[in-house]
Design a protein around this ligand. Structure first.
Ligand code: C2O
Ligand code: CU
Length: 520
């Protein structure tokens, strides 16, 4: 029933236009219906018109991707998970701004899938969101994505289906800048992930447990100080029937509750600290770190004990350089930073915010002794920022303009019922047009994220890079702390249907998601 409705929507009809479906089905032309605006659907010819306006170098980059089940080793343990091309670390796709990227995805999974290209201002029909921009790709089928890459930067790709990203269906996408102004000797793509699949259960098990809310945990609707876990139970707080839910996870930086799920491991390019990746370099080299947080429910605080990083980009776009001791990345966020290599082993540490454990890799000049992970600090302090607190480089700052429309997105719900939503609505991907936020091409749109919940949310918009506050960083994912508001603006310059959602995999799946819908 829902699927049928969506098929009609693909043909370019608004919900109320379904009655005229028979007439319009052959034309692919949206039919305005009384009381409902006509939407600019992914199949609308205007999508191709905008694509043709994007710069094109004439170069095509090709990358085949095979989604499938495979055996991986995590911390010496063999497990079965789902990923691309049979590896925990999927191919890092590299291209240059203006190139055309073509990816043939073959679906070797038993489930349908699709690939979303996170952060890219790409043509809407290639955005990879099931039931919104394409039909899911059935098991055994394939799909060829093809689109121009308009902006340089550090991006990534991942499945948007169900809990698939919580397995290993994600990879890095690096768009190099033909006019690169930074100078560095090499770059290092660092993909961070919280890992439980095949160790403590599956992401679907976690979702099932969380969906029951905190009632299973003994009705702890709120977490008064006195009821927080005792030190002897650690921060895992596993009550009866609670295997995955994390109680008492706290981060002052994130304004309180840091996460919902406990993870046995945190991976740095697919490795636990004992097997950590080592990047060879020379003393004095400048390394560009391209850090990507691919986690489901964990923010990472990234830094190097005793050494500062120079932050240069947030979510792919340049920022005014800032030297910090550490930077915090919410799920979905990326940060580029420069590091000057010192003699010996330099640990690049990613500490899960408010959770036990660590992820790390080393830069090594080939001298000295690799420190054991256990002796490394478990705190990164000093000047600590997140990408949303940086300032845009003037070259990418949006011009001052009065917004043509403002949408308020109140983040709602909580742990008690695990009923996350936007403006009290729980998104259903099978009925994506129920509570859309409408925009028109050419408008300056202001979006006010107001967090009514007790927890932070990394809010992500597809297909656009907004600007945080006046003069703030250009980003596609921004941390919104509990009881706080973050206002962003963007230029509606990419017609189509675009999701906006929390990048916590569990919050999104439970409904903290909505649609920005271009209307005619
Ligand atoms: Cu990283 Cu809706 O996506
Ligand atoms: Cu959230």
């Amino acid at each position: 029933m829902h699927i049928d409705l969506n098929r009609r929507l693909f043909l370019g009809l608004s919900v109320a236009g379904a009655a005229t479906a028979a007439l319009a089905a052959c034309s692919n032309t949206p039919v305005p219906a009384a009381g409902h605006p006509a939407r600019v659907m992914p199949t609308d010819p205007v999508v191709a018109v905008y694509e043709a306006r994007r710069p094109f170098t004439g170069t095509t980059i090709t990358q085949p991707l095979n989604a499938g089940t495979f055996a991986a080793t995590v911390a010496g343990k063999t497990l079965t998970t789902w990923g691309y091309n049979g590896a925990l670390v999927a191919p890092a796709i590299r291209a240059r701004a203006g190139d055309f990227l073509t990816v043939h995805l073959s679906n070797g999974l038993k489930d349908p899938t699709a690939i979303h290209w996170h952060g890219l201002a790409l043509r809407n029909d290639q955005d990879g969101v099931q039931h919104v921009t394409q039909e899911p790709i059935a098991a055994g089928d394939g799909f060829t994505y093809g689109f121009r890459l308009p902006h340089p930067g550090t991006y990534w790709y991942h499945s948007h289906m169900d809990m698939q990203r919580e397995r290993a269906l994600y990879g890095a996408l690096i768009v190099e800048d033909p006019k690169e102004s930074l100078s560095y000797n090499k770059d290092w793509v660092i993909v961070l992930d919280d890992w439980m699949d095949g160790i403590t259960g599956t992401p679907d098990d976690v979702l099932k447990e969380l969906e029951q809310g905190m009632s299973m945990g003994g009705g702890m609707d709120h977490r008064p100080m006195g009821s927080s876990p005792t030190p002897s139970s650690g921060s895992m707080g596993m009550g009866s029937g609670m295997k995955h839910m994390l109680m008492g996870s706290r981060s002052d930086f994130l304004g309180g509750d840091a996460g919902d799920v406990s993870y046995p491991f945190h991976l740095f390019n697919g490795q636990t600290p004992e097997q950590s990746e080592i990047l060879p370099a020379k003393a004095g080299d400048i390394i560009r770190l391209r850090i990507i947080n691919a986690a489901g429910d964990t923010a990472y605080r990234v830094g190097i004990p005793g050494q500062r990083l120079t932050l240069t980009h947030a979510d792919g776009f340049p920022v005014q350089h800032q030297d910090v001791d550490a930077v915090v990345l919410g799920m979905g966020e990326r940060i580029d930073a420069l590091l000057t290599v010192r003699e010996g082993f330099t640990p690049v540490m990613a500490l899960p915010e408010g959770k036990p454990g660590q992820a790390l890799g080393f830069v090594s000049t080939g001298t000295g002794k690799k420190p054991l992970p256990a002796v490394l600090p478990d705190i990164l302090d000093g000047t600590v920022v997140d990408g949303g607190q940086l300032q845009a480089d003037p070259t990418v700052s949006l011009k001052d303009r009065t917004p043509d429309r403002t949408h308020e997105l109140r983040l709602t719900g909580g742990m008690a019922k695990y009923d996350w939503g936007i403006n009290g609505n729980r998104f259903d991907i099978n009925k994506p047009f129920e509570h859309p936020f409408e925009v028109k091409a050419g408008e300056r749109v202001e979006v006010k994220f107001t967090n009514d919940t007790d927890m932070w949310h990394p809010m992500h918009l597809h297909g656009h890079t907004f600007q945080v506050r006046a003069g703030g960083a250009r980003k596609d994912t921004v941390i919104v702390r509990p009881k706080q508001s973050v206002t962003v603006v963007f230029d509606a310059d990419n017609p189509g249907q675009w999701l906006v959602h929390c990048h916590n995999a569990y919050h999104a799946e439970r409904g903290m998601m909505a649609l920005f819908s271009y209307i005619k």
